[in-house]
Design a protein around this ligand. Structure first.
Ligand code: FES
Length: 362
């Protein structure tokens, strides 16, 4: 289970007009809990009146940079209560409830490797990509990295100062190409607009010097970009799936009024007895398969279930099916292997058998 810990903010700095860079101090007694892998994320929790709001933010640091503090980047979203608070009200020294790092947007590095890593990021999608590229460069002296990074305008380039310093620090091993989607700044049209499959093809041809299928790719940004680029690499460039890593920061379909999928319509309409195991305690409730998700019903019943995005993206609500069967509406977070082992995202799950038991203690 994922518990929240009160952490002190030791840096709250405007990064661009609409984003803020926040660093949390990790006290000595929590360092083992907050040890992390490159590309992982944290959840933060805020209670505003009756609302218990949680959000996931990727860690910007690389593990090699140390474990005394962790940084995140929070982009201000219109109507986003948490992102507005963090951008406009949070001050250095404030305490925020933060959960331990999680997620699996990373690969393993080894000093003897001589590899090529390609980061493809847009806007705040830079955080987990940067974390991975930094760790690769620190851990693997013979490897090199490319970063194709798209932002709206020059002033919107997130972490530009740090990235430019890294280019200098890892001279000859890190090449960064900035693209601007809403500002004409460069002479070459290649650096204008968003990153599409076509543009990526041109960028790879122009800047990289190894066959496309030999590199490992880290992709994070808008869902449409991730889908297009990942499919292009897999289908057109024949890059093995294990070398294409991507992280969604929002579900591709966030339309709350979206139609129920045909698969969801097809599940049986049954009443189920759902039992949840949470920190060794068992909680049971009745749930109709066509109504709320298992997570929503558990929250309705005020059970201590972990959650953050509620959109099938962050993996915080992960549990394992111990008995019965469930239907999972969306999954942008679990690997095929995890699904095969019975893991599910409870924010997306509906029971499809009369008895269902899920464990969060896994
Ligand atoms: S709460 Fe994020 S995937 Fe379920």
């Amino acid at each position: 289970m994922h518990h929240f810990h009160p952490l002190k903010t030791i840096k709250v700095a405007k990064e661009t007009n609409d984003s803020v860079n926040i660093a949390f101090e990790i006290p000595q007694n929590l360092r083992h809990k907050f040890s992390f892998k490159q590309g992982q994320y944290l959840n933060v929790r805020f209670v505003f009146g009756e609302e218990d709001l949680r959000r996931s933010y990727s860690i910007v640091n690389a593990p090699t940079e140390g474990n005394t503090s962790l940084e995140i980047l929070v982009k201000h979203l219109e109507n986003g209560k948490v992102s507005t608070f963090l951008n406009e009200n949070l001050k250095s020294g404030d305490i925020v409830e933060v959960s331990a790092p999680m997620g699996h947007f990373y690969t393993h590095y080894h000093p003897s490797n001589e590899k090529t890593y390609v980061g493809i990021a847009a806007g705040s999608g830079i955080s987990p990509v940067l974390s991975n590229l930094k760790e690769a460069l620190y851990q693997e002296p013979k490897s090199k990295a490319y970063l194709f990074f798209s932002n709206k305008s020059l002033n919107d380039i997130i972490f530009k100062k740090e990235i430019d310093e890294l280019v200098h620090k890892f001279e000859g091993r890190l090449q960064v190409i900035y693209l601007l989607s809403r500002e004409k700044h460069f002479e070459d049209e290649l650096f204008e607009g968003r990153i599409s499959a076509k543009k990526l093809n041109l960028l790879l041809e122009k800047f990289t010097d190894i066959p496309t299928q030999e590199a490992t790719y880290f992709i994070c940004g808008p869902a449409e970009m991730i889908k297009e680029v990942a499919e292009f690499l897999k289908n057109d460039k024949k890059v093995p799936s294990l070398q294409i890593m991507y992280e969604y920061y929002a579900a591709p379909d966030e339309d709350e009024n979206a139609e129920m999928s045909d698969e969801f319509k097809a599940i049986p309409n049954i009443e189920s007895m759902v039992t949840l195991i949470i920190d060794d305690d068992e909680y049971s409730f009745h749930l109709n398969s066509k109504k709320k998700s298992i997570l929503d019903q558990a929250l309705n019943d005020k059970l201590p279930v972990p959650f953050a995005c509620k959109g099938g993206v962050c993996c915080t609500c992960k549990a394992q099916v111990m008995e019965g069967e469930v239907f999972m509406e969306k999954n942008f977070a679990l690997t095929e292997d995890e699904v095969a082992r019975g893991f599910v995202l409870t924010c997306q799950c509906h029971p499809t058998t009369n008895v269902v038991m899920l464990s969060y203690d896994v």
